[in-house]
Design a binder for this molecule. Structure first.
Ligand SMILES: CC(C)(COP(=O)(O)OP(=O)(O)OC[C@H]1O[C@@H](n2cnc3c(N)ncnc32)[C@H](O)[C@@H]1OP(=O)(O)O)[C@@H](O)C(=O)NCCC(=O)NCCS
Length: 443
C-alpha cells in the first residue's frame, strides 16, 4: 500500500516547536561512496554537522545524556547519569499525542501489521544526503531485528491517524546486555525511529523517544544504545562506512559510485573481480550445532573492546544463525581437528534506488561480527566478499569498528560519505572511543 497524499492530516504545531529549527530534516544518512565531486548539498550538510556541537538541542538538553558543555570534564564519573526511580513511580500513562493521532503497539508477527511497518519505512526511512537511495528493510529482517530473546511487544511502538488508522510514525526498542568497560548493563537498543515525511519538524520525534523510554523504564531498564547519522549530545564514538564494490557496473550506473579518474568500465570491473569460490579450507555455513563454539569464539573476541554486547548462546542462535536474505554466517572448521577457528557474518539491507529507469533495488551486505583466530582476517573477509558476490550482492559495506581497518584498504573498500555516531542513553563514558575500541554493530 502506498501512502496517498490526503489521508495524513498535518499536525498542529507542538508547544515546544523551535522556531529557529533548521528546515533540513536530520537523518541517519544512508552511506554512499565518497566522491571527490560531492554535491553542494552534502558539503553544506557536513559543515552544518561540524557546527552542530554548538547548536541548541531543546529536547536532548533535557535528557540524561552526555552534554556538549561537559565534554572533556574528567571529574564526571563513568556510569549511569541518573539513578533509577522506584518502578511504581514510572509514569503509567502514555505521553500525549496531538489530537488526531493515537498510539498503537505493532505486532510484527502479524502479516498485515508487518506490511504496514514495512511500507512506512520503505517510503519514509533513512535516505542518503542526495536522496538517491532509501533503506528498504524487508519484513523478514524487521521480524528478526525486533524479536530477539526476551523482546517486549510493547516496545514496538507505532503512531496512527485516529480517523483511518494509517501508520505514520514508528520507534522500537529491543533488550540487550551491553558491556561498557567492566560493567554489563541491561539496555534497550533503540532503532527504526521514523516519522512520515508529511509530519516532519513538528517535534513528534521527542514524543516517540520519551514514550519508548517510558516503556523501557517500565521493564526496569534505565539505559539504551542507539546510532544516528546526525550529531546529537554526545556521541561515544563516530564511525565511518566503507564500501566494497561487488557489481561495479551497476553501482556506477545507479550513481552509488563513480568511475575513477583514468579508469574505464572494463578496468574497473577487472579491479573488483573476485575468485569464484572461498579460498579457506573448511569454510562453510554456520549451522545450529555450531552455536556453542561460535558463542565461545565471539565472547572471547568481544571482551577486547570497550563497548560490546554480552552474548550468550540464545543470543547467538538468534542473531547469527543464517536466515535467508536476512543474516549470513560462515565459519572455518579445521579439516584436521574439526575445531571452529574463525567466523564471519553479514546482514542483508537493500536500498531502494529512487528515480532510476533500469534498477529499483540495491542489494547490500553489511559486515556484522567477524572473528579470526587461525585464518588471517584479510583472507577470511575476502572469503566473505566471495560468498556475497556469489549470492548476488551489489556492494559489501563495513564500518571501521573492531579490527575492520586492518582489511578495508587491502580488500579494495573505499571510504563512504556517511558517518555513523554511536550513543548511550543515561550512561557516561569517561572518554570518547576510537572506532577500533567499539565492538558493537546495531542494525
Ligand atoms: C529522524 C526523524 C524521526 C526526526 O523527526 P523530525 O520530524 O525530523 O524532527 P522532530 O521535529 O520531530 O524532532 C526534532 C528533535 O528530534 C531529534 N532527532 C532528530 N533525529 C534524531 C535521531 N535520529 N535520533 C534521535 N533524535 C533525533 C532532533 O535532534 C531534535 O531534538 P533537539 O531539538 O534536541 O535537537 C525524521 O526526520 C525521520 O523519520 N527521518 C528519516 C528516518 C531517520 O533518519 N530516522 C533516524 C534513524 S537514526
Amino acid at each position: 500500500m502506498a501512502f496517498g497524499d490526503d489521508d495524513t492530516p498535518s499536525l498542529p504545531l507542538n508547544e515546544d516547536k523551535d522556531p529557529s529549527a533548521s528546515p533540513s530534516n536530520p537523518t541517519r544518512s544512508l552511506p554512499t561512496e565518497a566522491d571527490g565531486a560531492a554535491s553542494i548539498e552534502s558539503i553544506t550538510h557536513k559543515i552544518q554537522e561540524s557546527l552542530s556541537v554548538s547548536k541548541r538541542h531543546r529536547f536532548w538538553e533535557t535528557q540524561p545524556v552526555g552534554q556538549f558543555k561537559d565534554l572533556g570534564d574528567a571529574s564526571l564519573p563513568e556510569g549511569p547519569i541518573e539513578q533509577p526511580i522506584t518502578l511504581s513511580d514510572v509514569r503509567p500513562d502514555t505521553y500525549t499525542l496531538p489530537a488526531l493521532y493515537e498510539w498503537s503497539t505493532c505486532d510484527v508477527d502479524n502479516d498485515a501489521t508487518a506490511a504496514e511497518v514495512y511500507t512506512l519505512l520503505a517510503n519514509n526511512y533513512v535516505e542518503d544526503d542526495d536522496n538517491m537511495f532509501r533503506f528498504n528493510y524487508s519484513k523478514e529482517f524487521l521480524r528478526w531485528a525486533l524479536r530477539p530473546p526476551g523482546y517486549f511487544k510493547a516496545w514496538h511502538i507505532g503512531v496512527r491517524v485516529k480517523a483511518n488508522k494509517k501508520l505514520v510514525a514508528f520507534i522500537t526498542g529491543v533488550p540487550a546486555r551491553i558491556r561498557a568497560g567492566n560493567e554489563v548493563v541491561r539496555m534497550a537498543e533503540v532503532n527504526f525511529l521514523c516519522v512520515h515525511k508529511k509530519l516532519r519538524s513538528k517535534r513528534l520525534a521527542p514524543v516517540l523517544i520519551k514514550e519508548v523510554t517510558r516503556r523501557v523504564h517500565r521493564e526496569d531498564m534505565w539505559q539504551a544504545a542507539y546510532t544516528a547519522g546526525v550529531v546529537l549530545p554526545t556521541p561515544i564514538a563516530t564511525c565511518q562506512y566503507w564500501h566494497r564494490s561487488l557489481n561495479p557496473k551497476k553501482l556506477i550506473d545507479v550513481g552509488f559510485s563513480r568511475l575513477g579518474a583514468r579508469m574505464t568500465m572494463s578496468r574497473t570491473i577487472r579491479l573488483y573481480k573476485l575468485p569464484p569460490l572461498p579460498a579457506t579450507p573448511g569454510f562453510r555455513n554456520m549451522e545450529f550445532r555450531d552455536v556453542p563454539a561460535v558463542t565461545a569464539l565471539l565472547r572471547d573476541y568481544l571482551s577486547r573492546f570497550v563497548v560490546a554486547p554480552d552474548l550468550d548462546e540464545k543470543d547467538v542462535e538468534h542473531w547469527l544463525l543464517p536466515r535467508e536474505d536476512v543474516v549470513d554466517s560462515f565459519l572455518v572448521e579445521s579439516p584436521d581437528s574439526h575445531e571452529i577457528t574463525d567466523f564471519c557474518s553479514f546482514y542483508t539491507l537493500p536500498s531502494l534506488i529512487l528515480n532510476n529507469a533500469t534498477y529499483s533495488n540495491l542489494k547490500a551486505a553489511y559486515s556484522f561480527y567477524n572473528v579470526a583466530t587461525k585464518t588471517p582476517l584479510l583472507q577470511l573477509m575476502n572469503d566473505a566478499l566471495i560468498v556475497a558476490k556469489q549470492k548476488g550482492y551489489d556492494v559489501f559495506n563495513a564500518l571501521d569498528v573492531m579490527e575492520n581497518e586492518s582489511f578495508l584498504k587491502d580488500l579494495k573498500f573505499g571510504p563512504g560519505d556517511g558517518m555513523l555516531h554511536y550513543y548511550l542513553y543515561n550512561y557516561r563514558l569517561k572518554h570518547a572511543l576510537k572506532p577500533s575500541e567499539l565492538g558493537l554493530v546495531l542494525l
